[in-house]
Ligand binder design. Structure first.
Ligand code: FAD
Length: 386
């Protein structure tokens, strides 16, 4: 079906997805699982942008509680276990999906007030999260900075290796018949009335029964192709790893804007800055200094850990920090799936499931309504959103 309810002449829609990040690959995997014939066009390589730079924390009750996103994030959280199992079975790849408790440390009264408010709200809505006093925190994680007042504590969190996860999605999608063209940049759409008929590339065109635009922080260009604002802009995240074997901590530890957690390979991930500097992916002295400077107030035992590496990625941010997911305005067969900002790994399974239903069955899940591209029909950027 197309968005206008028309029946397409193909036995299953030919869907072309622009973007081979976690969102494009998850959608390809879901669509192919439902029988669609799918091609992914990726300008660089699979997971070469934000999806390859992410930390991979899956803790929806801590960082996806915005009203329009929370139910979707919880649903996505539930889908990870079965999805990872099927990816392992289909590909033999291990995305390092690890269960872990998550703490959000309170260092002062203001932190404590903010955290306790969140806990109260979550508990009132039926979530089993708790405030732990200093002694209780240190009993579980003795290497944490002893001057803390206490912490938010949630045992239902995970982390996953984002590159392995995205590659596993792509490989499994490939086994389901999805064709991946890497090094293939899309530069526009061919149209006939309200229908996209093909995706344009510098080398020619690729016919398409349906087009999904999942180009991450580069979605503004796609907006120009479809003549409608798609206000996604880059938010640089710098992130690094240090080495600690055995790791002095087991959990995901947040402290304000900084976080750290141990991966299975003995590295400790420390993230992440949020900066509006356009499409600049540099790792900077200021960024490194902020990240490394967070260590003593979280886990002083890590101060002597050897530095491993640092990198940066461009998160796809939107003006209201919510993804933009749904039919493109004025087009019968173009769907947008972008702007997942800090939550794209976490939201990939549910985004893929809902987009697949939307395209193949014409069912627009009501939970997608607040994420509709239409909310930005008359958007103008400010200076942070370039
Ligand atoms: C430091 C950091 C930490 C993060 N931590 C987390 C976390 O812990 N948990 C979480 O859930 N999320 C996290 N994120 C956010 C997450 O990485 C993103 O939300 C997610 O990866 C977005 O996926 P995407 O597929 O939309 O974008 P991308 O991964 O950027 O993929 C878009 C792809 O489209 C391609 N493309 C663009 N234009 C074109 C074109 N014209 N033609 C063809 N291809 C094109 C690009 O090359 C790119 O590969 C983090 C991000 C960063 C940077």
């Amino acid at each position: 079906m197309d968005h206008s309810g028309g029946v397409m002449t193909h036995p299953a829609p030919d869907v072309v997805i622009v973007g081979g990040g976690v969102i494009g690959c998850a959608i390809a995997h879901a669509l192919a699982g439902a029988g669609a014939r799918v091609t992914v066009l990726e300008r660089a390589g699979i997971a070469s942008e934000s999806s390859g730079a992410a930390a991979g924390i899956l803790a929806p009750r801590l960082h996806a509680t915005a009203e329009a996103m929370f139910a979707l994030a919880l649903e996505s959280h539930k889908q990870f276990g079965p999805l990872v199992e099927s990816l392992r079975a289909e590909t033999g790849l291990d995305p390092e999906y690890i269960r872990s408790s998550v703490f959000d440390l309170a260092h002062d009264e203001k932190d404590e007030e903010r955290i306790r408010d969140r806990i109260t709200w979550l508990r009132e809505t039926g979530h089993d999260v708790r405030w732990l006093d200093r002694e209780e925190v240190l009993e579980i994680e003795p290497a944490l900075e002893p001057g803390i007042r206490g912490a938010y504590f949630d045992t239902d969190a995970y982390h996953i290796h984002p590159i392995r996860f995205t590659n596993a999605l792509a490989q499994a999608a490939g086994r389901r018949g999805v064709r991946f063209h890497t090094g293939a940049e899309a530069i526009g759409l061919e149209r006939s009335g309200s229908h996209a008929t093909a995706v344009r590339m510098p080398t020619g065109t690729l016919p398409a029964g349906h087009v999904v635009l999942a180009a991450g922080a580069w979605m503004r260009s796609c907006g120009e192709w479809i003549d409608t604002p798609v206000p996604v802009y880059p938010a640089r995240g710098q992130i690094l790893t240090i080495s600690a074997v055995p790791p002095p901590i087991r959990s995901i530890i947040y402290a304000g804007d900084a976080y750290l957690f141990p991966r299975v390979d003995g590295s400790i991930v420390i993230g992440a800055t949020v900066e509006h500097v356009g499409y600049d992916k540099s790792v900077t002295a200021r960024g490194l200094s902020w990240l490394l400077g967070s260590i003593p107030s979280i886990c002083p035992a890590l101060a002597e850990a050897p530095f491993e590496r640092a990198w940066a990625g461009l998160r796809p941010e939107t003006p209201d920090a919510l993804p933009i997911v749904g039919p493109a305005r004025g087009w019968a067969n173009v769907t947008i799936a972008a702007g997942h900002f800090r939550n794209g790994i976490m939201l990939a399974p549910i985004t893929a499931a809902l987009i697949s239903r939307l395209i193949l069955e014409g069912v627009a899940d009501p939970r997608l309504a607040p994420l509709s591209p239409d909310r930005f029909a008359s958007w103008e950027p400010n200076s942070d959103q370039q």
